[in-house]
Write a protein that binds this ligand. Structure first.
Ligand code: NDP
Ligand code: 2IT
Length: 444
C-alpha cells in the first residue's frame, strides 16, 4: 500500500467517530497520492502524518446565564492545526451542530485554503455548540464574554487570529474582541472582521461572496464564457450567500433562489438583494419572509429542494454536506455546468464524484471561498501598518488574489495531467507551500 494510503488508514483508525474529518482528509490525501508518492522525501520526513495531526486542540467549558437566571453550559473549541506558514488563522462558528469532527475538518481545510491565498497565515478554527437563534442581545453578549474568558489565553496577533463563520458576524466579533481587550489590556489586532471604527477592513464583509464570484468569473472567462445572462442558484442566505448573490447580479447574472435551514425561495424575476438584506441583516428574520416583499416569489419548505431548480451555475453557500449525490445528478440533468463552493465542504464525496464524471467545472471551497480569509490577512496587514485602505483598494487586491488562486490551481491540475480537475489542483497547490515550509523547519 502506498505511503499516502497508509497514512489515510491510520488517520481514520486513530480518530474514530469523526466522519467530517475523515471526509476532508480522504479527499485531500487521495488527490495528493500521485504527487506525494513520487517524492519519497515527504515520507522520510513524516509530512503527511504531521499534516493530519493538529498541533494543538483546546476544548473548554463555556458557562453562561440566560435572561431568566438559568445557567447553561456549552462546549468551546479552538483547533490550532498548522502554523508552518504563519499564525493560526480561521473563523469561529456558533451552531448547535458544532463538535470535534466539524472543528477538525474545518481547520484542516483552512490550512490548505490559507496556503492558496499566497499570504502568510497558518490554519485553525474554533467555535461552540451554542445556538444563537432566539437569544437576546444580552444572552449573546454573555456567551461571547464567557467564551473569550477562556480563549484569550490561547490567541494573539502573532499566535492565532480568529474571525467569523456561521453564527458569528460583526455583533459577536465586537463582543468577543471587547472582552479580549478588557482582559489583556492591550489593543492587539487579534481578530479580523472587526467593526470599521476599531480596526476592521473595508470589504471584509463582502469578501467571501465577492471573491467566490470573481474566481467563478475568471474560470468561465478562461473557458470562453461569463456570468452574464446566466441563471444562478445560491444556497444559504447568510453573509456568504448574500454577497455572492449581489456580485452575480452586478456582473449581469440572474440569481433565482436562496435558502435557509428551513426552506428556499424561488423568484423567477431574479432575487431582490435589498429585500434579502433587510430580512436577514436588519430584522434577523427567515427567508420565507421574502414572499412579503415579492409577490411572485414562491417559498417551499425543506432546504434540499433548491437543487432541483434549473440553473447554469450553482453556488452552495450554506454548510457542509448540504448537496449530496442525488442533488448533484439533478443539477447535471438540468444543465448546470459550473459549481463553485462558498461554503466549506458543502458537497458530499458522492456529489463531487458526479461533478467530476460529468465534466462540471467544479471548484472546491478551499479555493473558491478563500477570499474571506484573504481579506482577513489584508486586515492584519492594515492593522500592522496602522493604516486603512479604501474599499476599492481592498476589492482590487481581492480580485487579484482570486485570479491568482484560479491560475495556480488550474496550472497545477494541468501539470499533473488532470486539466480542469480543480480538486486535485487545489489540494496539490495548497499542500506544496505548507510541505516546503515544514521541511525547512525540521521535525516540529
Ligand atoms: P451565516 O451564519 O451568515 O449564514 C449561514 C447560512 O447557512 C444561513 O442561511 C443558515 O440558515 C444556513 N445554514 C447553516 N447551517 C445550516 C444547515 N445545517 N442546513 C441548512 N442551512 C444551514 O454564515 P456564513 O455565510 O458566514 O457561512 C456560510 C458558509 O460559508 C459556511 O460553510 C462557512 O464555513 C463558509 N465560509 C464563511 C466565510 C466567511 O467569511 N464568513 C469564509 C469562508 C467560508 P439558518 O439561518 O436557517 O441557520
Ligand atoms: O472558513 C473561512 O475561511 C472563514 N470562516 C474565514 C476565516 C478568517 O479568518 O477570515
Amino acid at each position: 500500500m502506498s505511503y499516502t494510503m497508509r497514512v489515510l488508514e491510520q488517520v481514520i483508525k486513530r480518530n474514530p467517530n469523526e466522519p467530517e474529518f475523515h471526509q476532508a482528509v480522504t479527499e485531500t490525501l487521495t488527490s495528493l497520492q500521485p504527487y506525494v508518492d513520487a517524492n519519497p522525501e515527504y515520507e522520510k520526513a513524516g509530512i503527511l502524518e504531521r499534516l493530519c495531526e493538529p498541533e494543538r486542540i483546546i476544548i473548554f467549558r463555556v458557562p453562561w446565564v440566560d435572561d431568566s437566571g438559568k445557567v447553561h453550559v456549552n462546549k468551546g473549541y479552538r483547533v490550532q492545526f498548522n502554523s508552518a506558514i504563519g499564525p493560526y488563522k480561521g473563523g469561529i462558528r456558533f451552531h448547535p451542530s458544532v463538535n470535534l469532527s466539524i472543528m477538525k475538518f474545518l481547520s484542516f481545510e483552512q490550512v490548505l485554503k490559507n496556503s492558496l491565498t499566497g499570504l502568510p497565515i497558518g490554519g485553525g478554527k474554533g467555535g461552540a455548540n451554542f445556538d444563537p437563534k432566539g437569544k437576546s442581545e444580552r444572552e449573546i453578549m454573555a456567551f461571547c464574554q464567557s467564551f473569550m474568558t477562556e480563549l484569550y489565553r490561547h490567541i494573539g496577533e502573532n499566535v492565532d487570529v480568529p474571525a467569523g463563520d456561521i453564527g458569528v458576524g460583526k455583533r459577536e466579533i465586537g463582543f468577543l474582541y471587547g472582552q479580549y481587550k478588557r482582559i489583556v489590556n492591550s489593543y492587539d489586532s487579534v481578530f479580523t472582521g472587526k467593526g470599521l471604527t476599531y480596526g476592521g477592513s473595508l470589504g471584509r464583509t463582502e469578501a467571501t461572496g465577492y471573491g467566490l464570484v470573481y474566481l467563478t468569473e475568471e474560470m468561465l472567462r478562461q473557458h470562453g464564457d461569463s456570468i452574464e445572462n446566466k441563471t444562478v442558484v445560491v444556497s444559504g442566505s447568510g453573509n456568504v450567500a448574500i454577497h455572492a448573490a449581489e456580485k452575480v447580479q452586478q456582473l449581469g447574472g440572474k440569481v433565482v433562489a436562496l435558502s435557509d435551514s428551513n426552506g428556499f425561495v424561488y423568484d423567477a424575476d431574479g432575487i431582490d438583494i435589498d429585500a434579502v438584506k433587510e430580512i436577514k441583516l436588519v430584522k434577523r428574520g427567515r427567508i420565507y419572509e421574502y414572499t412579503d416583499y415579492r409577490k411572485n416569489a414562491v417559498y417551499t419548505e425543506g432546504s434540499k429542494g433548491i437543487w432541483g431548480i434549473k440553473c447554469d451555475i450553482a453556488l452552495p453557500c450554506a454548510t457542509q454536506n448540504e448537496l449530496d449525490g442525488d442533488d448533484a445528478k439533478e443539477l447535471v440533468k438540468n444543465g448546470c455546468f459550473a459549481v463553485c463552493e462558498g461554503a466549506n465542504m458543502p458537497s458530499t464525496s458522492e456529489a463531487v464524484k458526479v461533478f467530476l464524471e460529468n465534466k462540471v467545472l467544479y471548484v472546491p471551497g478551499k479555493a473558491a471561498n478563500a477570499g474571506g480569509v484573504a481579506v482577513s490577512a489584508l486586515e492584519m496587514s492594515q492593522n500592522a501598518m496602522r493604516t486603512s485602505w479604501t474599499f476599492e483598494e481592498v476589492d482590487q487586491k481581492l480580485k487579484e488574489i482570486m485570479i491568482n488562486i484560479y491560475n495556480n490551481i488550474a496550472n497545477v491540475a494541468k501539470e499533473v495531467g488532470h486539466e480542469d480537475n480543480f480538486v486535485v489542483g487545489a489540494n496539490i497547490a495548497g499542500f506544496k507551500k505548507v510541505a516546503e515550509a515544514m521541511m525547512q523547519q525540521g521535525v516540529v
